[in-house]
Design a protein around this ligand. Structure first.
Ligand SMILES: [Fe+2]
Length: 212
């Protein structure tokens, strides 16, 4: 792959060579506010709490100190149809940007709820094309979503911080109505929830349909 031919040269001073910089190995995430769906939020929160009361055993996986749904297709529920529509459009756009043309995918989706102290330990969504989260209830003290720098070698960088060739993890502070999409292979975790109201999100994967 050729490096970016459009990069701007950095003017050298005092006889220093004129350098061009190239940012290689970009990793793209997407965010958007689903403000138009806000009128549904109260009803969806009540529905999540009722579902939890009905099926209180958490699915587990990487969730600790909370509850996650056994149902891995919650976006197929008729009451969540507007959210499913928005998620489908967002995944389609992101997958198109990833070079997949007119992408075909199936959605896997589940609820993640954190009580006080709840968190998700470090993981990735192996085998999926794209992953994401929609934040339904984000009380004060909600834990951040943290992305680990996916460049294995940079873990050993002598330079730390959000600078070229530095190493740092990236924190994303959630807010109600926020939709986030990210590569399924990028490791991430969720900081402990410091609030006392539940933190609720609906997570999803876009998966390749069988045989495609
Ligand atoms: Fe995750």
């Amino acid at each position: 792959m050729a490096v970016n031919p459009g990069a701007s040269p950095t003017q050298g001073g005092g006889g220093a060579p004129m350098l061009q910089s190239f940012d290689l190995f970009p990793t793209r995430v997407w965010q958007g506010q689903l403000a138009a769906l806000q009128p549904h939020f109260a009803q969806w929160i009540a529905w999540v709490l009722a579902l939890r009361a009905e099926q209180p055993t958490p699915a587990g996986r990487t969730n600790r100190g909370g509850w996650n749904s056994q149902d891995m297709a919650v976006l197929e529920r008729p009451n969540l149809a507007p959210l499913r529509h928005a998620v489908t459009l967002a995944c389609t756009q992101a997958l198109e940007e990833m070079g997949l043309g007119k992408p075909r995918f199936t959605l896997q989706s589940w609820i993640n709820l954190h009580e006080h102290g709840g968190f998700n330990f470090l993981h990735m969504h192996e085998g999926s094309m794209l992953s994401g989260t929609f934040y339904l209830k984000v009380p004060a003290g909600s834990g951040s979503l943290v992305f680990r720098d996916p460049r294995a070698g940079v873990l050993h960088s002598a330079v730390k911080g959000p600078v070229p060739n530095g190493h740092c993890d990236i924190e994303l502070a959630p807010s109600e109505g926020l939709l986030v999409l990210f590569p399924a292979w990028m490791e991430h975790y969720v900081e402990p929830h410091e609030g006392h109201e539940p933190r609720i999100c609906i997570a999803f994967n876009a998966n390749s349909p069988a045989g495609v």
